[in-house]
Design a protein around this ligand. Structure first.
Ligand code: C2E
Ligand code: MG
Ligand code: MG
Length: 391
């Protein structure tokens, strides 16, 4: 068969001969530089030791319907692997790629419900990665599977974001927890600024939608450093590690490797999310004063939440506070931040209820004064943190 076309019979035989297995590629947290998870990637290991990547046999497996058999057999393997990996790191998050047929049948959900119910693995130990092709027909059956997975506490990740395989429209239809930025777009950042803009805009959009972000295909230290500074959450790519056989992945976990980490990216992220709040308040005032009250119900939904606890700037504060250092910096930020959000809420209230432009103008001034104070405190933190990072 070597050098010749692979047939569906070959794949079926390989499956039943136990020649298929998963390799695991680490996912690293930019926040602490350690492995937080891994992606399970199918490999066909021939008896002569040669390895066939999934791209060479999965398309045929999908078109011939064999993929359901593969999932049925390999899901059991995956669960056993996760149990072994969990013994080394209890909160490991293993991402599993699913095809349309996996979501079109009740099997996937049934198995996962049973292994989670019996506590063999926790719902946080597995994530489901899907691309547009997996949910293309958007049938009720697929929607049900996705909602069932979410109800089980399983996170759904949009794979290959930034390519034709993942559409923006999907973001509003599927209850995703995370976006995984496509390796092609990530790789091309080094040669083309447009790709860099696609990546940074994707990170911004994910932040707005409260989605976590993973970048795949990180092949250089420079790409890693860029994404860390841009506030991406997790990293995957050959620069850290290629996909590894399960036991090698476990050994790697045991050795507790460390890659660069920084909470500055998170501060940056928190900052952007905070600026987005500021912009939403000012835009809302602007738009409402230009629109008659009867038409306010038609304003685009902006998810304007005033509670400072919902602003990422507070979340970041909590992360740093709990890590035990620099709490004084954040205490100084806390007051103006809280006051700014209160001023935002009051400004929107005034805009809705008052006819007086003077009152609204005053509200805008107070809001922006607090905003300046928040800016000044954040600048001080950035200066200190960047200084520490450079020294
Ligand atoms: P994917 O889910 O987007 O997986 C990432 C692919 O990028 C993997 O290829 C991985 O080896 C590769 N990769 C990771 N880091 C780098 C890097 O730094 N540079 C480069 N050039 N490549 C990198 P792989 O393992 O060949 O998998 C290809 C695709 O096959 C996957 O794309 C996924 O869509 C599919 N696949 C893999 N395993 C399964 C499975 O169990 N079930 C299903 N349905 N699909 C699977
Ligand atoms: Mg994937
Ligand atoms: Mg991908």
């Amino acid at each position: 068969m070597y050098g010749t076309e692979i047939s569906a019979q070959d794949i079926e035989a390989a499956l039943h001969e136990g020649e298929l297995c998963f390799y695991y590629q680490p996912k690293v947290s930019f926040l602490n530089g350690s492995i937080v998870g891994g992606e399970a990637l199918l490999r066909w290991i021939k008896p002569d030791g040669s390895i066939i990547p999934p791209g060479d046999f999965l398309p045929l497996a999908e078109s011939s319907g064999l993929i359901s058999d593969i999932t049925a057999v390999m899901l059991t393997e995956l669960i056993a692997d996760i149990e072994a990996i969990k013994a080394v790191k209890a909160d490991i998050q293993v991402a599993y790629n699913v095809a349309a047929s996996d979501l079109n049948s009740p099997y996937l959900v049934k198995i996962l419900r049973s292994v989670i119910g019996s506590r063999r693995i926790g719902s946080g130990n597995i994530q489901i990665e899907i691309t547009e092709t997996a949910v293309l027909d958007n049938s009720d059956r697929i929607q049900r599977s996705l909602l069932d997975l979410v109800a089980l506490g399983i996170e759904i990740v949009m794979d290959d974001f930034g390519t034709g395989y993942s559409s923006l429209d999907l973001l509003s239809r599927v209850p995703f927890s995370a976006l995984k930025i496509d390796q092609g777009v990530v790789g091309r950042m080094a040669t083309d600024a447009k790709n860099t803009h696609i990546v940074t805009s994707s990170l911004d959009m994910a932040r707005e939608m409260s989605l976590k972000t993973v970048a795949e295909g990180i092949e250089t230290e420079a790409t890693y450093a860029f994404l860390m500074a841009a506030g991406c959450n997790e990293a995957q790519g050959f620069w850290m590690s290629e996909p590894l056989p399960r036991d090698d992945f476990i050994s790697l976990l045991e050795s507790k490797p460390q890659w660069p980490s920084s909470s500055l990216g998170l501060l940056y992220s928190a900052w952007i999310s905070h600026m987005s709040y500021r912009r939403k308040v000012l835009d809302t005032v602007h738009i409402m004063t230009q629109t008659s009250p009867e038409d306010w119900e038609n304003l685009p939904k902006m998810n304007l939440v005033h509670s400072p606890a919902h602003c990422r700037l507070s979340e970041w504060h909590l992360v740093k506070g709990s890590s035990g250092d620099d709490t004084s910096d954040f205490r100084k930020l806390d007051d103006p931040h809280r006051l700014m959000h209160a001023a935002g809420e009051s400004l929107i209230h005034t805009t809705k209820t008052s006819q007086s432009t003077e009152e609204i103008t005053k509200g805008i001034r107070i809001f922006l004064e607090y905003s300046d104070r928040v800016d000044a405190e954040v600048s001080k933190i950035v200066e200190r943190w960047l200084g520490n990072a450079i020294n």
